[in-house]
Ligand binder design. Structure first.
Ligand SMILES: Cc1cc2nc3c(=O)[nH]c(=O)nc-3n(C[C@H](O)[C@H](O)[C@H](O)COP(=O)(O)OP(=O)(O)OC[C@H]3O[C@@H](n4cnc5c(N)ncnc54)[C@H](O)[C@@H]3O)c2cc1C
Ligand code: SF4
Length: 326
């Protein structure tokens, strides 16, 4: 499949990128391009301009600040996050999640910003133009019905990035910049929960930085992922867990899930349920049940919704037991 025609813009600074974002309406941002380019080949996006931000040096790198956690530039490669000694030591859940994305080559190209902004996925959407045309299109692109939930008006395409559940557990914030200024919001406010309009990011805005607070450093962290091909595949269910213990009791914990809803989600009651308790099979089972209740998978992928939801329960139970056994 060939790429559609577009004009390439290559800013060298954030300021220049923001000026270009203010000038052109039909534009897509390209970071590593590992998701955008295949999607453009499938004619899911047909922009007049592509803004290649890869040469903006100020958006690359991991910068720990004493007492204030760490700042990660949006263009930092997933392989850099996977290998960072600082992140592996202080925020291990993030390195572990990054290490499960796609394959080594794609992690060298793919960025943390691109992973957070990743388009939602569905069996009826991530297809060629000919395939989608044959099915009469759908709400997410060019049509007005949903093949997954016929009769409804909402798109349920699943958010399928691996690092956002880890970032949610770590209470990450993201910085967003555009012609009207810069704002910083908690990551959990970035997603809408609607498959076809899944992020609160205007077409003329960039995600520029990710911040992890000092308060969530040094938690034990794990990420568990269900995929069809172990060597290279998007998650079809994913669970991130962070936990701290004191005197054998859980003193702080969070659980977040991905790939089973149109947004990655924290499991809100999981932390409070574990807090102050000693982890055992019954408690782990109860946390697994809570996570499974938050998961609302539909027939958007090759595995059945029932199996994906069950694996959220199983992975959560196993992950909290493992986090508590260290
Ligand atoms: C075969 C294959 C397997 C894959 N497996 C996985 C997987 O297992 N897990 C997973 O999470 N992903 C997977 N991916 C998707 C992709 O490789 C990763 O999600 C990667 O992190 C995307 O980052 P990128 O920099 O390449 O994003 P791009 O492709 O450049 O961009 C992705 C989207 O985000 C937007 N965007 C990117 N950066 C910014 C920014 N800074 N500000 C605003 N918008 C931005 C783009 O416009 C685009 O809409 C896979 C891809 C392929 C081709
Ligand atoms: S969930 Fe429905 S509207 Fe959304 S991409 Fe799938 S078929 Fe299309």
């Amino acid at each position: 499949m060939s790429l559609p025609q577009f004009k390439l813009l290559r800013p060298r600074s954030l300021q220049e990128a923001i000026e270009l974002l203010g000038k052109h309406a039909s534009l897509r941002v390209l970071a590593g391009g590992t998701d955008l380019i295949p999607s453009m080949r499938q004619r899911l996006f047909d922009p007049e301009f592509v803004l290649d931000i890869r040469h903006i040096a100020e958006l690359k790198g991991i910068r720990p600040t004493k007492g204030a956690g760490v700042e990660i530039g949006a263009l930092t490669a997933l392989s850099t996050i996977e290998r960072s000694t600082f992140l592996r030591q202080h925020y291990p859940v993030l390195s572990e999640a990054a290490a499960t994305v796609a394959s080594p080559v794609l992690r060298n190209m793919g960025t943390i910003g691109g992973n957070i902004c990743l388009d939602t996925r569905c069996l009826w959407y991530n297809q060629s133009l000919t395939w989608r045309k044959g099915c009469g299109f759908c709400i997410k692109k060019d049509g007005d019905l949903c093949h997954v939930a016929p009769g409804g008006t909402k798109c349920w395409a699943a958010f399928s990035g691996d690092t956002p559940p880890a970032l949610l557990c770590l209470n990450a914030e993201v910085e967003i910049a555009g012609p009207s200024g810069t704002r910083r919001i908690p990551l959990h406010e970035f997603y809408t929960g609607i498959g076809d309009n899944y992020r609160k990011l205007a077409p003329n805005e960039l995600l520029t930085r990710v911040f992890l607070p000092e308060a969530t450093a040094d938690y034990r962290g794990l990420y568990r992922k269900l995929r069809i091909r172990g060597s290279i595949d998007y998650p079809l269910a994913g669970v991130a867990v962070v936990m701290k213990r004191a005197n054998g009791h859980v003193s702080g914990a969070q659980v977040a899930i991905t790939a089973v809803n149109p947004a990655p989600l924290l499991v809100p009651k999981a932390g409070p349920l574990m807090e102050g308790k000693i982890m055992d099979e019954a408690l782990a089972e109860a946390v697994g049940e809570l996570a499974a209740k938050v998961a609302k998978p539909l027939t958007t992928s090759a595995l059945t919704p029932e199996y994906r939801r069950e694996m959220i329960r199983v992975f959560t139970k196993r992950a909290v037991l493992a986090a508590a056994s260290a």
